[in-house]
Design a protein around this ligand. Sequence first.
Ligand code: PLP
Length: 464
Amino acid sequence: MGLFDLLSANRSENLFLPAHGRGNALPKKIKNLLKLRPGIWDLPELFEIGGPLIREGAIAESQKSSAYEVGVDRCWYGVNGATGLLQSALLALARPGQAVLMPRNIHKSCIHACLFGGLVPLLFDVPYLSDRGHASVFDKKWLQSVFKKVKEFEEDIAAVVLVNPTYQGYSADIESLIKEIHSHCLPVLVDEAHGAQLISQVSPDLPKSAISFGADLVVHSLHKSAPGLVQSAVLWSQGDKVDPFNIERSIELLQTSSPSSLLLASCESSIKELIESKGIKKLKSRIEEAKLLKDFLINKKVPLLKTSDPLRIILHTSKFGLSGIEVDKRFIKKRIIGELAEPGTLTFCLGLSSHKRLGKRFVRTWNEILTSSGEQKACFFKRPPFSIVTRPLKPFTYSWGSNFEKVKLQDAIGRISVEMVCPYPPGIPLLIPGEILDEARVEWLIEQKCFWPEQISDFVRVIC
Ligand SMILES: Cc1ncc(COP(=O)(O)O)c(C=O)c1O
């Protein structure tokens, strides 16, 4: 099928992102706009409209109003996803040569920002859930041991980045982590790409956004966790640790000079949905519906894992010795399209549209897969061989500019990578440029290759 046919066909159960579910949950204002004469809304930074960096105009007013409603000092809408705004935020936080402390399950966009910003990524290990192969969240004690270790590196650390919630929806006690980072007089950027809905605070037992605990910068992907169009995002800033001038010049560096007004309108409307009563009511009813669905699945013995995100369903395939990647293919055949297929799980995103008739179809599909696979033992995953804190052996700019050769993974021991090994999704690098491939890492990558056969190559490019 060609692109246009694919874009217009919709016969599947959409359990993937964007969260608006093929338009079902788009805000009314965006739906109405899209019903007008096609293309009438396709405008760049015209005088009355302005743009994210222009002081006057409708977008400036809209950003001011969103920041006020959410209770922060400033915000900037983005048209290149959380990717673009995370990268701008990082460049605003650190100068070339400075280090940024980041968890090992960081999204690849932050590693790329280090590459072009001349920053040193100091990566710290995170707890690991070997029954499913996921990076987990960590607590203040864990972070304190990271800070202790970091001293040995004698780097000039400019900031800390946290990822919360994770792609699968696990959430940490973010308040204590932010406090700990601030006690070291460092600013914190929270990648809350998967947690925009946390600003709605629909229920006291759901996690709160890092914004409410004083995180200096927070980035939301509005198409992942709010009803925004693909590429819509927002960067929130508060406090006096980060100069807005630095943020704006970094956004200017990376943003197109013709940001789409449609996407910017989508930023405005999706944020409004998260803070206005009508949108919050809708979110609440989606969460209630999701709870009923999860209870139904659990009752029918579908193996679901716990997550703090009520709108995500994690199917624990490795509990039955099955790969989430293979199970995903079987679900797709039945036209149930999930979001994140991994070796041990398959994560479905319910998003903000309704899935009332999903339960029985889901159970039927899962039972068919189980029956045809036969009885299999649970499989476990080896913890990644990361030290508590690591820094690439060679600076990014050095490995980027080096001559390289392509060698078989098993022949790469002792060599330095010039490439990132990074299955996507989730977009979490297993190896970054400049890192040394020691024996343990090579062994682990070869094992990972078996789990991600289509995503990890037999070869790796290393410095000559
Ligand atoms: C944790 C995390 N941060 C950032 C991003 C980038 O988001 P976007 O697709 O909006 O650029 C992703 C995308 O998968 C992600 O999982």
